[in-house]
Design a protein around this ligand. Structure first.
Ligand code: ADP
Ligand code: MG
Length: 254
């Protein structure tokens, strides 16, 4: 079964007499376990599409089946429920609470949406999520005591703590340098190998190269949809380090 099944999706933004057709009939499916990237020029509808897939917005026309349910007809509270149960979000700016530890930031979604979990269970789930992203030794640090890459890892742990089926990431490496971007892609590839479906927006081809499918939008329409052989982020990182060493070596020779 397709976990995301979009059929004839349109989205028209209206303000007064003006209407902007941000999506103009999108047919698009994603299977469980995919790691896909959405690309396209600015204004092509990427964020509108991500908001749609993320149940933050609803189509003007068309149907959207998420995990087998027709969410295009859901009301606001049912949509919020689906979001909490099925989806995790990561953004370009990490949206962490300042003066709040990494652990508390990650616990937050479970406090809103606890399923009656005990405190002990909330702590242990949050701790485990931080371990998964490689920050088991940073649980008591506030965001301003962490690097950009570490802050994005906390945000990823916060997205994972509710055990979503799909991770939606809108420009997750937009605020990170290349080296740190590759580290985040290494984490995404690991999470994807463990079964998580990942849908990511990026405008950087070298980041998209780590996913296995690249969907391109243009003017609210699907322009291309290609399966690709993903680059290996771990190898890219290893080569990166080699190159740095080489540069240091060359400097020493001078
Ligand atoms: P992208 O993320 O690819 O840059 P968007 O999905 O943000 O594109 O925008 C697609 C089109 O819809 C653009 O023309 C944009 O100006 C318009 N748009 C986006 N959000 C709104 C809104 N809230 N109100 C009116 N127009 C919008
Ligand atoms: Mg956008």
């Amino acid at each position: 079964m397709e976990i995301v099944d979009l059929n004839g999706i349109t989205r028209v933004y209206r303000s007064g007499a003006l209407a902007v057709e941000a999506l103009r009939g999108i047919d698009l499916q994603f299977s469980e376990g995919e790691f896909a990237t959405i690309m396209g020029p600015s204004g092509s509808g990427k964020s509108t599409l991500m908001n749609m897939i993320g149940c933050l917005d609803q189509p003007t026309a068309g149907s959207y089946y998420l995990n087998g349910e027709d969410v295009s007809r859901f009301d606001k509270s049912k949509l919020a429920g689906v979001r909490n149960r099925t989806l995790g979000f990561v953004f370009q700016s990490f949206h962490l609470l300042p003066r709040t530890t990494a652990l508390e930031n990650v616990e937050l979604p479970l406090l809103y949406n606890s399923d009656n979990l005990s405190w002990k269970e909330i702590h242990s789930r949050a701790r485990k999520a931080l371990e998964i992203v490689g920050l088991g030794d940073r649980t008591d640090h506030n965001p301003n005591e962490l690097s950009g890459g570490q802050q994005q890892r906390v945000a990823i742990a916060r997205a994972l703590v509710s055990r979503p089926k799909i991770l939606l990431a809108d420009e997750p490496t937009g605020n990170l340098d290349s080296r740190t971007s590759f580290e985040i892609m290494d984490l995404f590839q690991k999470l994807n190998q463990d079964g998580l479906t990942i849908l990511m927006v990026t405008h950087e081809p070298e980041v998209a190269a780590f996913s296995e499918r690249i969907v391109t939008l243009r003017d609210g329409l699907l322009r291309s949809d290609k399966k690709v052989t993903p680059a290996n982020a771990k190898e890219a990182l290893a080569n990166w380090i080699d190159q740095e060493d080489l540069e240091i070596e060359n400097e020493m020779k001078l």
